[in-house]
Design a protein around this ligand. Sequence first.
Ligand SMILES: [Zn+2]
Ligand SMILES: [Zn+2]
Ligand SMILES: [Zn+2]
Ligand SMILES: [Zn+2]
Length: 452
Amino acid sequence: MLDLGALDKISGGAMPSKDLATQQFLRYLHFRFSFIEDLTKLLRGSLKMRNTGKHEPIPKGTTILESVPFVYCLKSSFRRELCDFCLKANSNLRKCLGCMVVSYCGRVCQREGWKDHKGECKNFVRVKPNVPTDSVRLIARLILKLQVINGYILLLSNFQQKSLNNYREEVIYRKEIKEDTKRMEYFMTICGVLNEYLSNEILPNSVELLGIYGRMCINSFNILNGEMQAIGTGIYLAPSILDHSCSPNAVATFDGFKLRIQLTQELPKLEWDSIRISYIDLMNSKSHRKKELKDRYYFDCDCPRCKNDDIDCYHYAAKCPTCQKPVIAKVDLDVCKLCIAKQENLFHDLCLVRSKIMDAAFDSAIQLQLWEAAIQYGIPLIQAYKLWYGEEHPLTAILLLKLFKITLLISTTNDSVAQKYYEEAAKILEITHGRDSSFYRQEVKPLIRQLR
Ligand SMILES: [Zn+2]
Ligand SMILES: [Zn+2]
Ligand SMILES: [Zn+2]
Ligand SMILES: [Zn+2]
């Protein structure tokens, strides 16, 4: 791991020859951003990168980038369970005595959190009993932080939309967001609330504010817990330049608020412009994915998976009775136990629509504690997840861990099946989260003790 603080030295001219990863990253930033000097100042201390040898292939499971957010917020629905600073669960949270809105594990987290909470705490008190929504809170944190570093313009020039590297595209993007009526309406609401919530602060003008808002929409990451539930939103400057692909070679996972980019495919060498993560849920058809990317990120996906139709034949896929291959079918599907049983021989196991139904059935069976049924719905999902999400994805691991727990619950003697689920899940999580991540160490590793 290498501290990016070294970037400053590099841009100053003294380029240490060993830091190849840093050099490559710097070159990549140069290519993408013209105001590199300012950007490196922003990035200083906010991320770590892997340092690799020149000819060394990089195995999957490698952490290639680790980054702390520029700003982030805990989702308000988790305020009673999770610490506002470290985002970890704590049964003994203590409220901030200033505003009584946010809570912390203890003194250490409160002190660390105060840097970002100081500016908002007094405003929380002033607008009581109202509490700003999560997006207002995030954009306000962004504004307050930018005031501290005096950097609206800095942000506007550097913090660009992905896949944009020239002025013409920038203009198109501005036009797109202005024509996006839903987002613009939401933006106007946010402006209204912001004016009240931050009435004592000097706010950026509306053009600057729109720029900040647009970048916030496009560059924010959902912060996920181990179960892949969104527990917060964060803006990570360096990772936000990574482009999207529907067949990514890397995945973003989180350790508290710390974001990690983990390689899910081996790379011959580290080239930053070849790193792709996914911005969206990949268990969807091509047209669905393309529309979502266009609506939310304003670009047309031309990734290899969107260019060919290999997997799309599984969208509505019936099973050919003779050769078992998928055959296109267009029908409406119902979700009841009887219907799922009826569909069994009709639909291909990997059919997208059927898999989504099985997914829902799996979750409801767990809710209702119908363990046998859950197992029955869950098992075919393993292959479907691998097809839609790629061979190694955290969601597949979470599915396998659920199957592991359920299998242990219902089988009284034979643990070998459960063990198989556990081992496969652990292997994936070693790649997507890393052996040294706290999720792996504290929540996954100890599960093995449940095997008899
Ligand atoms: Zn904490
Ligand atoms: Zn407070
Ligand atoms: Zn795509
Ligand atoms: Zn056939």
